[in-house]
Design a protein around this ligand. Structure first.
Ligand SMILES: *Cc1c(COP(=O)(O)O)cnc(C)c1O
Length: 369
């Protein structure tokens, strides 16, 4: 048990630990598929003590009830499955590619009606969401770091519309959408929560009775997390606060460095004072996150050369890990189809020494130019 009056960082470390004399401090790996009858769980698809420890800590950090899934997209699928046949889903015109592909496919098959909106236009979002079954938001958005005004949307939207926020970029130490009126938060725990590029996992965190409906989908459709993954993701939660603190501080320095560099035309980072999302980020986030994107001078070719030239940043997709990553987003057809600029470079800032990260970018920009 953890003291609810302590800080979130303290509860991330102390939560989900077995209690009582002789109990192991670390919840063990329960490698098990079946249980003797008479208890709460009878079979491994319905529950597992290692998942539950992870869910207890994540749920507490977000302020809701967490349900773990086999991947972030499995979590997204379980949530989208709440939309009744033919129901309208409102989503930003640019968001995580995997979610967009699934939304488009569902719309093409007439299973949903898809309404795409500008994530920075609060009135437009609220208007589009009238009569909709679900309002799906992502903030900050991938890959342009656009900010959605969660408080205003949460207040003004029709309460009959389920408000979902994919909060993967921010993690619960930076942003807690349930406190701003969201019904459901979705995470790819593969990213910041796991934090070490060594697992795939997802989670849904909800208020009220929705957790039961989500849990029933996990059990019924079978997208259950692996036990080792849940163990590792819980270990990731223990250090999430301190990792994000370092990564955000470095991201701010890198964003300022890039914004001052004549070899770079545009930098997208809500921590920059002239970024369109800056004041909103100050209001609804505890920091500005570890993700940023920018456009180097020289177009697509320069963007590709830059990503190939770094030595500390790994040229790879994904985000939120201890290791810094750089990626030319134009490589993805889906990304281009959403209107993402072809010369955009996205970086995920890790926990290396910031001087080394900046020196690496400096060298790579010289090579690319
Ligand atoms: C990666 C990601 C997902 C999908 O998660 P997986 O664990 O890869 O299935 C969903 N949303 C966002 C914002 C992501 O970055």
């Amino acid at each position: 048990m953890t003291d609810p009056d302590t800080h979130r960082a303290t509860r991330l470390v102390g939560g989900g630990r077995p209690d009582g004399p002789g109990a192991p401090l670390t919840p063990p790996l329960h490698l098990n598929s079946t249980y003797r009858f008479g208890g709460e769980v009878g079979y491994g698809r319905s529950g597992n003590p290692t998942w539950h420890a992870f869910e207890e800590v994540l749920g507490d950090a977000e302020g809701g009830e967490a349900v773990a899934f086999s991947s972030g997209l499995a979590a997204c699928t379980a949530v989208l499955d709440l939309v009744p046949l033919g129901g309208a889903v409102v989503a930003p015109r640019r968001l995580y590619m995997g979610t967009m592909l699934q939304l488009r496919e569902r719309a093409e098959e007439s299973r949903i009606e898809l309404r795409l909106v500008d994530p920075t236009d609060t009135e437009g979002i609220v208007d589009a969401a009238r009569g909709a079954a679900m309002l799906w938001l992502e903030t900050p958005t991938n890959p342009l770091l656009e900010m959605v005004d969660l408080g205003s949307v949460g207040e003004e939207r029709d309460p009959a519309t389920l408000l979902v926020v994919d909060s993967t970029f921010a993690t619960p130490v930076v942003q807690r959408p349930l406190e701003r009126g969201a019904d459901i938060v979705v995470h790819s725990a593969t990213k910041g929560i796991g934090g070490h590029a060594d697992l795939l996992m997802g989670a849904v965190v909800t208020r009220g009775d929705l957790a039961e409906r989500i849990r029933a989908r996990r059990e019924g459709y079978g997208a259950v997390p692996g036990v080792l993954e849940a163990f590792l993701a819980l270990r990731g939660l223990r250090t999430l606060d301190v990792r994000m603190e370092r990564a955000q501080r470095s991201a701010q320095r890198i964003a300022e460095y890039l914004a001052d560099d004549p070899r770079v035309t545009t930098v997208h980072y809500p921590g920059l004072p002239d970024d369109p999302g800056h004041s909103l980020a100050l209001d609804q986030m505890d920091g500005f996150g570890s993700m940023l994107s920018f456009v180097p001078v020289g177009g697509e070719a320069a963007a590709q050369r830059l990503c190939a030239a770094t030595r500390v940043f790994a040229n790879a997709t994904s985000l939120g890990g201890v290791e810094s990553l750089i990626e030319w987003r134009g490589r993805h057809e889906t990304e281009r189809s959403m209107g993402t600029p072809g010369d955009l470079v996205r970086i995920s800032v890790g926990i290396e020494h910031p001087d080394d990260l900046i020196a690496d970018l400096d060298r790579a920009l010289a090579t690319a130019g």
